[in-house]
Design a protein around this ligand. Structure first.
Ligand SMILES: [Zn+2]
Length: 244
């Protein structure tokens, strides 16, 4: 099986735009050990619903920085039973639907941000009918000014699979023992190698668990998208796979 990273294109044909606002999310942290103030961009679970929590508690799941690390951990563990097993939950993890303003023309598949894939309903259903695995579309609440806005679904992508150590910097420092922040960045896409031993066998679309902004599709996914004519504003880069 071949694997591809999903990438945006420099001059998209459509003009999709939307903001990052989301209903709920873990706050960022100020780590008491490494002193970094940080959060992630791509650890999002749009199917997770926190509306059962009291409103004062829901307000804590917002885009802000939590200086009390123990309080961050409490908020994280309160959500853990609601997210898929094995998910890490980093600072800034998002929950619930996208809610911000949106404008422009959306194609069948939209990768306006390289770490977030939106689909219109019909393309999603046709790709599902192809037998692709792991296509979980979640309703968005993006706000359009125009009448008859498109029905956009955000793909909930599980973090699975890792990069092979051969493509990572040899002198990379160990993660922070408290917040586990890496403190170094992913190599450029042209240098990525996947670790074959870590790749999922049961998903055709996922994100890398060690670099959440990287969305990976299998050959089956890419073939179906191309055959159905949905490869408009995204491109695919085949990544080498190395056994470990
Ligand atoms: Zn830290």
């Amino acid at each position: 099986m071949r694997f591809y990273s999903l990438e945006d294109v420099p001059n998209p044909r459509n003009s999709a735009y939307y903001t990052d606002e989301r209903k709920w999310g873990l706050p960022g942290v100020h780590c008491p050990v490494c002193h970094a103030i940080w959060s992630t961009a791509a650890d999002d679970y749009p199917s997770v619903d926190l509306s059962h929590l009291p409103s004062r508690e829901q307000e804590k799941y917002s885009a802000r920085c939590e200086d009390d690390y123990a309080e961050f951990e409490r908020l994280r563990e309160q959500v853990r039973p609601l997210v898929p097993p094995g998910v890490h939950l980093w600072p800034g993890s998002g929950f619930g639907p996208l809610t911000g303003p949106a404008r422009g023309i959306f194609g069948p598949l939209t990768l306006a941000h390289p770490w977030r894939l939106l689909m219109q309903r019909e393309p999603l259903e046709r790709l599902r009918a192809e037998g692709l695995r792991g296509l979980k579309g979640c309703r968005t609440q993006l706000r359009f000014r125009k009448k008859n806005p498109p029905e956009l679904l955000e793909m909930e992508l599980l973090p699975r699979g890792r990069l092979h150590p051969d493509c990572l910097p040899a002198d990379r420092p160990a993660p922070c023992p408290k917040c586990e922040r890496k403190g170094w960045t992913r190599p450029p896409a042209s240098e990525l190698i996947l670790d074959g031993a870590t790749l999922p066998q049961d998903l055709d679309l996922f994100r890398l668990e060690d670099f959440l902004t990287t969305i990976i599709g299998t050959e089956r996914f890419v073939d179906a998208v191309r055959r159905l004519g949905y490869e408009l504003d995204l491109s695919f880069r085949e990544l080498p796979v190395r056994g470990s």
